[in-house]
Design a protein around this ligand. Structure first.
Ligand code: PLP
Length: 358
């Protein structure tokens, strides 16, 4: 893929950048450049370019604004102690992006081009990758949307792929904090045959009302059950789930087509096995979770995803009860540490997951 570069005249000054990188938060500061590639049926992928970060001018009839034909990804670049910059399993994000594209009837971007474009933008804005101290990183957001000006329900004939990047602070600025989770008993996230396994905006829009309900009741997150029997645990709005049993076995809900196949989840399965844990991917009824936490058979519960890596679940709440110690368990902390150490280059990458960018 050819990518032209038109640098921004007058980059963010060292002073200003230094201030941003001290405490970048999440998703509010954007780097100096963005990357764009376009697609039409006639020309295929073309027009790859890095340009100054800036606003898009969209016709009000742009298809994505009406029919939500869009997908996205999320991954991070980490700066190691020697100054080098790495991403974590970017080809896995590229493969998932291609699967999401198929489900949304968008053109597939080859995974190799996905990695090339991410590398190109991260290299261009390398000075925005914070030092790894305090688990800071550069969050990378590739996305693709129906950019044809057309009001009609059919796959767009003009599609735009973009990558933007944003420095991210530590998810847990005050140390790893367990979260409370409310079981959503009136909303589901995804039905069989739907879009649950695709990373598309509609799934996140659907999670907002239940999430607001949980927050109004004083809880941090929502967990969704399966849409058919309202029985089996699926995932949170933006993270997968793992259960640590009292014999050290780790169980995570199997991929049924309604759950997003998390790259953190699949990495944890491998790390946990390397640490000597038995790992099972199978259906988990909510009653098994509830009764297991109450009886002590389930010793720890954690959620996982790129943003926080591993988040301990301190408490689970349902219509007429709650259970949980409120604490982060030792297995949760050990797995989190193992993964973070690989990402920041502090432990040997025995799995071959890290990809050097700069
Ligand atoms: C719905 C959902 N499930 C799970 C995950 C975890 O996926 P990953 O580990 O690839 O970040 C995410 C985060 O992107 C998500 O949005």
């Amino acid at each position: 893929m050819d990518i032209s570069v038109s640098p921004r005249p007058g980059l963010t000054s060292d002073d200003e950048l230094g201030k941003i990188l001290v405490n970048p938060g999440f998703g509010t500061h954007f780097t100096d450049h963005m990357l764009t590639v376009e697609w039409t049926p006639e020309a295929g992928w073309h027009g790859g370019r890095i340009t100054p970060y800036g606003k898009l001018a969209l016709d009000p009839a742009t298809a994505v604004l009406h029919y939500a034909q869009e997908i996205f990804e999320g991954l991070k670049a980490y700066r190691h102690a020697d100054g080098s910059i790495w991403t974590f399993r970017p080809e896995a994000n590229g493969a998932r992006f291609a699967r999401s594209a198929r489900r949304l009837a968008l053109p597939e971007l080859p995974a190799a081009d996905f990695v090339t474009t991410v590398d190109a933008l991260v290299t261009q804005d390398a000075r925005w990758v914070p030092s790894g101290e305090g688990e800071r990183s550069l969050y990378i957001r590739p996305f693709m949307f129906a950019s044809e000006t057309f009001l009609g329900v059919r796959p767009a004939r003009h599609v735009t792929y973009m990558v933007i990047t944003s420095p991210a602070g530590s998810y847990f600025a005050k140390g790893v904090q367990p979260v409370s989770i409310m079981v959503s008993e009136s909303y589901t996230r995804a039905a069989p045959g739907g879009m649950g396994a695709a990373k598309t905006g509609g799934n996140y829009a659907a999670s907002l009302a239940p999430q607001l309900e949980a927050i109004a009741k004083g809880y941090d997150q929502v967990v969704f059950l399966d849409a058919v029997e309202n029985t089996y645990v699926e995932e949170l709005g933006g993270m997968n789930l793992c259960f640590v049993y009292d014999d050290g076995t780790i169980v995570t809900p199997e991929l049924t087509g309604t759950i997003l196949e998390g790259i953190t989840r699949s990495s944890i399965i491998e790390v946990a096995r390397a640490h000597g844990h038995k790992v099972a991917e199978r259906r988990v009824a909510f009653s098994e979770w509830r009764d297991g936490v109450i009886s002590g058979r389930i010793a720890e519960v954690f959620a996982c995803g790129t943003a926080a890596v591993v988040t301990p679940v301190g408490k689970v709440v349902w219509r007429d009860g709650e259970a949980g110690s409120g604490k982060a368990g030792p297995v949760t902390q050990a797995i989190r540490q193992a993964l973070v150490d690989i990402q920041y280059g502090r432990a040997e990458d025995r799995f071959g997951w890290m990809h050097r960018v700069v």
